[in-house]
Design a protein around this ligand. Structure first.
Ligand code: HMG
Ligand code: MG
Length: 305
């Protein structure tokens, strides 16, 4: 069942940076995207078209999209929470848009200020308009393995949102462990619900690594045949509406594990480490990625704790 090839969707520029309190310039974000594509990333989530009052770090979304030197074969995606976001995103020519709902009511309200049902009604015209513009739509289901407000989230609650996303026509379903509390069997249970409604190639795992479980969850997902995962360079990130949540699993860590398993990702690990060191330097710290730290230490680079 374990796939021979895996696609990593690089979410560092968006999920990784959105929670940074210090402003990161558009030029630094663009340079990060350039370094990621040079390292072999073929799917890059660049930014989000959300309210700048809610997430100030992403306010330069159009500027970043305009400045990217597009590389053939690379797909650029952006988050859009509503029609206003889609209308702002379309002129910037993304290949894909991501609508993001939640399996828990409480998180839906905190993150996007509406109920699950209302969010689906907001996404419905977004999906239709994105399709009319020729774009693919990915749906993210946040808090699929636990919620910072509600606590436990059942597989039934996950499936309810998966079914709703499918009904409005989302092409892909990402199962997201927003706060990194999931463990392998729970990750499998949630993914199995998504796989009841979506084909294998259109289900992905998005695991934050807060509790150090993300690699184990990815391994468990591979056993189901899942072949797409979101990862964040250097382990950057968190979610502004999930206090204490750390970044997505680091791209370098997943690339190292998959390489060791003989699974092709098309990524150049050394160039990924360079990209992670670059953006970590911009932020004034060392990468969180264990693999990046090990490889940088071997290069003789001094690391902060
Ligand atoms: P709202 O306040 O309910 O929206 O926010 P509204 O429609 O009432 O509009 C209020 C104001 O926002 C208006 O401006 C609108 O024009 C503006 P004002 O008249 O006050 O000046 N507005 C917008 N501006 C720019 N772009 C837009 C937009 N929409 C409205 N698209 C809204 C609702 C969804 C906009 C808000 O709650 C929001 O932006 N939330 C941000 C959520 C977010 O970005 N969260 C982080 C990303 S999700 C994530 O990280 C999870 C994920 O990684 C998976 C996982 O790990 O779980 C994907
Ligand atoms: Mg996330």
């Amino acid at each position: 069942m374990i796939p021979n090839t895996v696609t990593l969707v690089e979410v560092g520029p968006r999920d990784g940076l959105q929670n940074e309190a210090q402003p990161v310039s558009a030029a630094h974000k663009v340079e990060l995207v350039h370094r990621l594509q040079a390292a072999g990333c073929r799917e890059i989530e660049v930014t989000s078209f959300v309210s700048p009052k809610w997430v100030p770090q992403m306010a330069d979304n159009a500027e970043v999209m305009a400045a990217i030197r597009r590389q053939p074969g690379v797909r650029y995606s952006v988050l859009v929470p509503n029609m206003k976001g889609l209308e702002a995103a379309l002129p910037t020519r993304p290949h894909e848009v991501v609508v993001f709902g939640a399996a828990s009511e409480a998180f839906s309200r905190k993150n996007i200020n509406c109920s699950i049902e209302e969010s689906i009604e907001r996404f419905r015209p977004v999906v239709a308009a994105a399709h009319a513009a020729g774009l693919k739509v990915r749906a993210a289901v946040s808090c699929a393995l636990g919620c910072p407000y509600q606590g436990e989230v059942s597989a039934d609650e996950v499936e309810r949102v998966v079914r709703l996303m499918k009904a409005i026509g989302a092409d892909h379903c990402g199962i997201a462990d927003t706060i990194g509390v999931g463990t392998p069997r729970r990750a499998q249970a949630a993914l199995e619900r998504a796989l009841k409604h979506y084909p294998l190639a259109e289900v992905s795992g998005h695991f934050h690594d807060t509790y150090g479980q993300a690699l184990a969850n990815i391994h468990a997902s591979l056993a189901l045949g899942v072949q797409v995962f979101d990862t964040s360079i250097a382990g950057l990130g968190g979610c502004p509406y999930a206090q204490g949540a750390t970044g997505n699993v680091a791209t370098e860590d997943v690339a190292f594990m998959l390489q060791g398993m003989g699974i092709d990702t098309g990524l150049d690990l050394d160039l990924l480490v360079d990209a992670g060191a670059y953006i970590s330097g911009v932020l004034g710290r060392s990468p969180v990625s264990r693999v990046a730290r090990a490889l940088l230490a071997r290069r003789g680079v001094a690391l902060n704790a």
